[in-house]
Design a protein around this ligand. Structure first.
Ligand code: ASP
Length: 440
């Protein structure tokens, strides 16, 4: 059994859906479990439809309906197959307009319609090609989450439920990515791009031989090719490398995808729907051989906050007070560096120099907040046994007069993180790619 997950661009048009379905059919003897995203751009449209419905504007609904209807007609399918979902969507949007209220819980319901429609379309097309197929929602398939709307975490019980419900089917299953239920049966979503994670959870539940993530690029690259023109596809990478790279900005895999796969040591393969012959990238427990450094990732829009206080000298509990501020405000921290009297931390730019953050931290010391920075992350299993590498990393950047504002190494033995000014980020990533990857 294999899991084959297809992202939005792989199901973005009638042509793309035909390609996707032919890839599935070519793999039919491997017993595929198909996981799909919403049609390309639909989740964004659903989000804006919900926001604009609050003020009574229903225009986006028309676009959502038209996109689905056009694809259904180009595939010669029953024009009514997603009518029920589209009607339910309309009723929910009218509810938002009537109440002038949009909660996170309602937003999850609205976002769920994208995958609920795409799965039905793809299952109907596969059936029309002679392969009896059925659409399953994430909750039909057994995925259960906590109740944190818009960014729910799956519960470990999901695995047994999936095994019970999804093994030994007499149809080819097409499962909605991204969406699930909490214990009360409310719709939840796994965070933007969460269909990859669905694929991985399903893979563990059915004990798959492989989890394939089909996208529109040739695999995971050594760097974003828009920044490093000489970037290349990595044939293999380790689970550890893939997790670090995904978290720090390589957009190919959702950062949480690897976590379940590691549990049963199931390979995750990233492939291109529009170049299916190409091997892509195979993510496995430990790569057989490869570069010392696998990739350079860049996370933009990072805020650096520094708290300076002499009260920290020889005092215990000071750092925990700082972290309590972020915990209370439910903000996650990325990088941390400390000295005897100061602590610097980085946050996702969307939290920026928030007034409440600064006000709370100012009770603990003098606070400096700088937005528009970037984290450059150098990832490679070879870092741990290569004593000279860190010198090369720092030298490549500083010899080009780029200031490193923060550096983090040691927490993960395979990752060196550097914070630079946002305007220096691309140059720094390119220099590191030339020095560490291109020269090997
Ligand atoms: N459709 C969702 C999104 O656009 C989930 C996914 O595509 O993975 O974020």
């Amino acid at each position: 059994m294999i899991v084959m997950k297809f992202g939005g661009s792989s199901v973005g048009s009638a042509e793309a859906i035909k390609k996707t379905c032919s890839i599935v059919i070519n793999n039919i003897e491997k017993q595929p479990y198909v996981v799909v995203s919403a049609l390309s751009g639909i989740t964004d449209l659903l989000i804006s439809s919900a926001k604009t419905a609050k003020s009574g504007d229903m225009e986006a609904l028309g676009k959502i309906k038209d996109t689905h209807k056009e694809v259904i007609s180009a595939l010669n399918l029953d024009p009514k197959i997603v009518d029920q979902e589209l009607e339910e969507l309309e009723t929910t949007l009218k509810g938002i307009a009537y109440l002038h209220e949009l909660t996170d819980r309602t937003m999850d319901t609205i976002m769920s319609f994208g995958e609920r429609c795409s799965s039905k379309i793809i299952a109907a097309y596969l059936t029309a090609q002679g392969h009896k197929s059925s659409a399953f929602t994430g909750w039909d398939a057994g995925i259960i989450t906590d109740s944190v709307h818009k960014n729910a975490s799956y519960l470990a019980d999901s695995y047994d439920r999936i095994a019970e419900r999804m093994k030994n089917l007499d149809v080819l299953p097409v499962i909605t990515g991204f969406i699930a239920h909490d214990a009360d049966g409310e719709i939840t979503t796994l965070g933007r791009g969460g269909s990859d994670l669905t694929a991985s959870i399903i893979g563990v539940g059915i004990d798959a031989d492989e989890i394939q993530i089909w996208t529109d690029v040739d695999g995971v690259m050594t760097c974003d090719p828009r920044i490093c023109s000489n970037a290349r596809t990595l044939p293999t990478m380790s689970f550890r490398e893939a997790s670090e790279l995904a978290y720090f900005g390589a957009k190919i895999l959702h950062p949480k995808t690897i976590q379940p796969a590691v549990k049963k040591n199931i390979p995750v393969v990233v492939k291109n729907t529009f170049n299916p012959e190409f091997d892509g990238t195979r993510v496995i427990e430990s790569k057989v051989k490869g570069n010392t450094i696998s990739g350079i990732a860049l996370k933009r829009n990072v805020t650096v906050i520094t708290i300076v206080s002499s009260r920290m000298l020889d005092a215990h509990g000071f750092i925990s007070k700082i972290f309590k501020v972020f915990d209370d405000l439910k903000i996650s921290v990325d990088m941390v560096a400390t000295s005897e009297v100061s602590v610097s931390i980085t946050l996702d730019g969307e939290n920026g120099c928030r007034y409440d953050v600064i006000a709370e931290l100012s009770k603990l010391g003098e606070v400096k907040c700088e937005s528009d920075n970037a984290i450059i992350c150098v990832v490679g299993d070879g870092i741990e046994d290569n004593p000279r590498l860190k010198g090369r990393i720092i030298n490549a950047i500083t010899s080009n007069d780029i200031i490193i504002k923060m550096i983090s190494q040691g927490a993960s033995s395979i990752n060196v993180g550097l914070v630079v000014k946002g305007s220096d980020a691309e140059k720094a990533a390119k220099l590191l790619h030339d020095e560490l990857i291109d020269s090997e």
